[in-house]
Ligand binder design. Structure first.
Ligand SMILES: [Zn+2]
Length: 104
């Protein structure tokens, strides 16, 4: 089941953030989240621990940012993965968290 847990503005657009019990991209269920820039949604796997959920949301935010500024990279996933993980570590150490509702 999908549950709205928050929202975030990216590139002037209001994205809804959802936690979902099932997350897949093109049938691949081995993913933690995805970003839908058409429907302005960020979705992450609901069973992630909060810190991992925060990392996944940041990762998807970076995909959205790249889409909105029009950057296309062949190795986007690798770039976003590295940048997101590093940025998450810096921000987490500084106490930054996305405001998401983790209550059932
Ligand atoms: Zn990605």
């Amino acid at each position: 089941m999908r549950k709205r847990t928050g929202s975030i503005k990216i590139g002037g657009f209001d994205y809804a953030i959802f936690a979902d019990d099932e997350v897949s991209i093109g049938g691949d269920r081995n993913v933690y989240g995805y970003c839908d820039t058409q429907n302005l949604e960020i979705v992450y796997y609901s069973r992630l621990k909060e810190e991992k959920a925060q990392q996944v949301i940041l990762h998807e935010v970076l995909h959205a940012v790249m889409a909105h500024i029009g950057i296309q990279a062949e190795d986007e996933e690798e770039f976003v993965l590295s940048l997101g993980n590093q940025l998450h570590q810096v921000l987490a150490d500084e106490g930054f968290v996305f405001k998401i509702d983790t209550l059932d």
